[in-house]
Design a protein around this ligand. Sequence first.
Ligand code: ADP
Length: 523
Amino acid sequence: MNDDRKTGKQLTTETAPQSAGEQYRALYEKAKQQEELYVSLLNSSSDAIVIYDTDRRIMYINPSHTRIFGWTLEEARGNRLPVVPEWDRAETDIIVERALKHGIPCSAYETQRYTKWGTLVEIGLSASPYYDHQGKLAGVLVIYRDISARKHAETALRLMSKVFREGIDPIIIADLEGIILDVNDAAEHTYGWSREELIGQPFNMAIPTDCHDQVNELQEQCKKGAKIRNVESVRYTRAGRTIPVLMSLSLLTDDKGTPVGIASIAQNLTDLKRTEEQLRDRTKALEQSNQELEQFAYVAAHDLREPLLAVAGYLRMLERRCGKNLDDHGISLLMRALDVTSRMDALIGSLLAYSRLGSETEAFELTDFNLIMSKALDNLRSTIEHLGATVTHQPLPTLMANPSQMVQLLQNLVGNAVKFVRERSPVVSVHALQGEADWVFIVRDNGIGIHQSDLPRIFLPFERVHGRDEFPGTGIGLANCKKIVERHGGRLWVDSTPGEGSTFFFSLPDRPCCAIRSEGNGQ
Ligand code: ADP
């Protein structure tokens, strides 16, 4: 203003007098320049600005309005835009009416407005009435500030404080001197002190004295930036009870990253510890009852064998002494009785072997499975030759295992693989694949296979799927194999297609530094 006046003075003193036309043109130019200045100010604002006339029709919107709400100046000019949500109509009408009729401005009204795309934007609204050169109300200038980011931050903060307040684990927030600033509901509930009682007290209040050093040390580490996660510790309740907890500490910082406090989350382990204890007790009881059962089976089998051997002895004596007095039918009955006693003896022998597997303490040693395979094949040599079977194996690993049980395992699996074949020569292959933490052995045959529905029961003691007349056996072999593999920490399973063959798999843990691949052979 002063400059203008100064300029005016200069004009009257230093320039020649102007004509009325020239004065009008100068004024016009000045007004135009001012208008351009205002428009450029409105255009450079990052807030959305809209100018309404008294009829609430849009006269102007700035580029930020287009950016936030989508409509262009051409689309908006002379129109009303559908930006006001139904629920905000009444309030908006009041604001506009107060501005247009009574010249009362409104500032910082927080609400939502629709965009051209139908989405809602969080905004802060101010409305200022403006006047024409005669001082008459000419319309209202509305500024919308996009406050979505702030609203989202507020929502996130509200949610976080809800998570903090209602979280299941007790949380205590303390300042860097260890004075409690806040606690959540779970902390009140677990420790027994109210929030008011805890705030302002030393953090160690809910920690038994003998754990103070541990917690202080962890807090110091946390202040230096160390991540303290799931450390076992103990807490103390108002009632004097101690609670086992899993503690995690987080360093809290302000906006500039300066440490301001520590949050301590202590997961109550009381129930978990109780469950663990119950589980341990139950496992112990189960192990004991298993041992007793195995012992019982062993004793029963052992005691059954004696009278059985006596019966077999008497039958043989009967055959020797009275055989010539018996007719063919009598001899046949005697032979069948002897056959049954020897089958029962085999069954009892299997039961003894099965129960012995449980009572023996297995000695594990580095075991070369190529040698194990050779021993198993040696034991099966006459059967393999008799059946004309081909058994091959790839190089097998060396693992920690009990060698004699491994011979028994592979001998059973290969023995079955050559046995359960019809109308073709048995072909069996054995190889092993290294997994992430174990080795999987694979025994594949071209035999009769097993129906899907029978698969689960073949691993149970004395369960057989195929007839004894065609394929001899007691049905204990796979039960033994399962027990051996499980006692080694592995698994035994099978995949089979009737008429095409079966593939038995067993896994053994690859204990560190104990699996060394070595050369194998074929047979
Ligand atoms: P056994 O060989 O003495 O009968 P096992 O416990 O070794 O007893 O096997 C149980 C049953 O599983 C067998 O009777 C047989 O029906 C089935 N079986 C086992 N291995 C095979 C195989 N490789 N192919 C087909 N059936 C098999």
